[in-house]
Design a protein around this ligand. Structure first.
Ligand code: GLU
Length: 283
């Protein structure tokens, strides 16, 4: 990885930050500091139904308490839907998107019908029901007002950019990317005009992120991000996926484990140094 590095910590304000987030944020800040760069904070709040303003202000408070700083203004994804729309327009022009009218129930039924339905890292892969809908069908359903998501035609997309996709990762070294394990991912949802995969790819590019530190639970998602970067003409940043922090029972922290939130630790009188001492050494 080249210095100076620009890293980011990109939480979603859907709950209070816990020890796992603290570790991610400290890895991002530590990597930037080591390489003479900076860490940006990004608020990933496209899921407007689950994000709450009090969680967003808590992110700022808890990270500041932990001793971290970042440049302002902070990018909030909900302020940038136009950027995601521009990326979708570019992908549409490349003819790698298609509208998908399926409901979750229809997808479940379709998958249940085929005992050999392939599974990916996030569960069964979309069976492709809407992939080859004719133009008239699509026009009729749109005219009827049927809601639709936009999916990436993965095979067509790989056909366009080639299959020599790879990324460099701190844990795994050079790693071949195989986006087919996720199938035709959603890039714009029925209720939100983007998706995690698209927003994170566009933001990392627009913010000039050179190193993406994040939990190992997102390692597989990088396969899709690599393909999107190639399609959109973006360079692929260096990835520093890190181990997930587990509690005393070996379970990884989740937002529902209120006991491990930084806020609760603070109210119990713990100091930022106590929190750091609970974490493994930074990679
Ligand atoms: N917003 C995601 C989360 O809170 C992190 C996304 C990323 O780092 O790529 O889990």
């Amino acid at each position: 990885m080249t210095a100076p590095a620009r890293t980011r910590f990109a939480p979603s304000p859907t709950g209070y930050l816990h020890l796992g987030h603290a570790f991610s944020a400290l890895v991002a800040a530590g990597t930037a500091e080591r390489l003479g760069g900076e860490m940006l904070l990004r608020i990933e709040n496209i899921d407007q139904g689950r994000c709450r303003p009090e969680f967003e202000s808590a992110i700022h408070e808890d990270l500041t308490w932990l001793g971290l700083t970042w440049p302002t203004p902070v990018r909030r994804q909900s302020d940038h839907f136009a950027d995601y729309a521009a990326a979708l327009a570019q992908l549409d022009a490349a003819q790698v998107l298609y509208p998908c009218f399926c409901t979750r129930a229809e997808i479940r039924t379709e998958i249940a019908r085929s005992p050999t339905a392939p599974h990916g890292p996030d569960g069964p892969i979309y069976p492709g029901t809407c992939r080859n809908l004719g133009a008239t069908d699509v026009a009729d359903r749109k005219a009827r007002g049927d809601a639709f998501a936009l999916r990436l035609n993965c095979i067509k997309a790989i056909g366009l950019v080639g299959d020599d996709l790879f990324f460099e990762d701190a844990m795994q070294g050079r790693h071949a990317a195989d986006p087919t394990k996720f199938g035709d991912v959603v890039l714009a949802r029925k209720d939100t005009p983007t998706s995690y995969h698209l927003a994170v790819t566009v933001d990392d590019h627009l913010q000039g992120i050179t190193c993406v530190p994040r939990g190992a639970d997102l390692f597989e998602a990088t396969h899709v991000h690599c393909l999107l970067q190639r399609l959109l003409g973006f360079s692929t940043p260096y990835y520093a996926h890190h181990r997930l922090i587990a509690d005393a029972n070996g379970q990884r922290y989740a937002k529902r484990d209120q006991a491990a939130t930084l806020r609760d630790m603070r109210s119990q009188g713990l100091t930022p140094e106590d929190v750091r001492a609970l974490l493994p050494p930074l990679p």
